[in-house]
Design a protein. Structure first.
Length: 231
């Protein structure tokens, strides 16, 4: 292969892959903005319907890549990843006729949804653990698929039929809210906290609690992770 042919190959690859990834990321960012608008609206609507003032319901938008919802005793963290991902060759999604027809449909932007105890976030208890509630994959054509708790994953099982819309996001947000509230804190094993040192005691006094973690009933729609592709 001549030098010119090599250069042309590099240029073609750059145009194909980099352009594709930029397109996917732009689409995902657009829908993340739409998601945040829906969150802001639905939080206000739900807040107006609360009959008990002790129930926490508020949304904050930390950056263009992260938003947070405090709902009751839970905190949901929505995080837009800045990279674009593709699926492994053995992933069942490649067998879907929609993806098989065009390999570029197998590249996704990803929105992560994490679930923490609200007090873990409010008190900045850095030792507390959260859980991955869901991952939302969005491709260049606004189609999506979700891995996550059953309430969400089972509602949107097939990528060819899943297309991002405002109405769909409203439903998605409510299912995520219900998924978070439905999963309770799990008390740590006795042996894990039966002995503490003075530093831990001081932290305990400052934080007014013990280390917590959220246990989630996680269901993957395809039981495969995505391979990371850097844009």
């Amino acid at each position: 292969m001549s030098v010119k042919e090599l250069r042309d190959s590099v240029l073609n690859l750059l145009h194909d892959k980099v352009t594709l990834k930029q397109d996917v990321l732009a689409v995902t960012k657009k829908w993340f903005e739409e998601l945040n608008e829906v969150i802001a609206s639905e939080v206000e609507i739900l807040k107006s319907g609360l009959k008990d003032p002790r129930i926490r319901m508020e949304a904050t938008f930390k950056s263009e890549y992260e938003s947070r919802v405090m709902i009751g005793s839970d905190a949901l963290i929505f995080h837009l990843h800045t990279n674009v991902f593709t699926i492994p060759e053995d992933n069942p999604l490649w067998k879907d006729s929609y993806v098989k027809k065009d390999f570029s449909r197998g590249y996704f932007g990803v929105i992560y949804v994490y679930n923490f105890s609200a007090q873990s976030i409010l008190q900045n208890r850095i030792g507390d653990e959260g859980g991955l509630l869901a991952r939302i994959y969005i491709n260049k054509e606004n189609h999506f698929v979700i891995e996550g708790v059953q309430q969400v994953a089972l509602r949107f099982p097939k990528i060819s039929k899943n297309k991002m819309t405002k109405e769909g996001i409203v439903e998605m947000v409510h299912l995520l809210f219900m998924g978070a509230v439905s999963n309770d804190l799990i008390i740590p094993p006795y042996d894990a906290i039966s002995e503490i040192n003075v530093n831990q005691l001081n932290e305990l006094s400052e934080n007014l609690g013990i280390r917590t973690n959220k246990s989630l009933g996680f269901r993957s729609s395809n039981n495969q992770d995505l391979d990371e592709e850097y844009s």
